[in-house]
Write a protein of this length. Sequence first.
Length: 294
Amino acid sequence: MTFAERSAAVEALGFTPRQAAFLTTVALHSGYCLGRQYAACAGLKNAKSVRAFVECLVERKLANRIVFRADRGIVYHLFSKRLYAATGHADNRNRRHASPQAIAQKLMVLDLALAHPELDWCATQTDRISLFITRLGVPSSVRMPNLKVPIFLHGASACVHFVCLVTDPRASSIGVFIRDHAPLLRHLTDWRLDALVPQRVSTDQACDAAYRRALDAAAMSLTSASKADLEWFAKTRPLVVSGDLRTLDMADLHRYRTLVSSLDQRGETRLVNPLVVHHLPHSYTQFGFFAGVT
């Protein structure tokens, strides 16, 4: 189902198009939402109208209220199987209860999705597997991690954007992501990592440093060549391309030809893709002192 089809099915439950689009986005990306997120999505400044909508969800037994701190507002959890069934995923894991830290991270993802409705989001596991195997031709034998991370494409570009949540000052989750996804990444022609950083958690510099360390550590996994081969190839390729073979002997040329045939040229492009950092304007402090949300 497309997002429009899912939204239309939710609208049929008795919601306006604007409300249905919001609920569909919540169901697909997080299962949890805040009143301020609906207000921003709907362009509402009237707190009474926002409260009436989210409380209606509770009255209709589509959502539960969750209060972590009385002075920090209410979190609403969409749990109704009927609502999720309208999106084509009645047993979506977003219906399940989550820990405070997981809820905070889900809300971070929702903030990004709501801010960029123009992106082509692959929000479910089924959508992601279809993207990689059917659309991009990744062999079904390739080991894929449990793809819980948000994934999107932008316009007609075939570049796959992975969203990585940064929850500590050193941005250690970036290294974990590269390590866990290396078998999949080496089969993608073009991919990019988007780091999602809540307010005051980390910096661009820390995220970039973590990304560079992760790529260096994963060099042998992302390509079929060793790190030393990659470094040698990077220095030698300009000479061969320019026709300057004076410093190369027959053994060098053989090594170069071998690397050309065995080295995944897509991996060379992937290794230099810059990291994109998204800074969220919120700190998610209502969830207490948890990593990444303090």
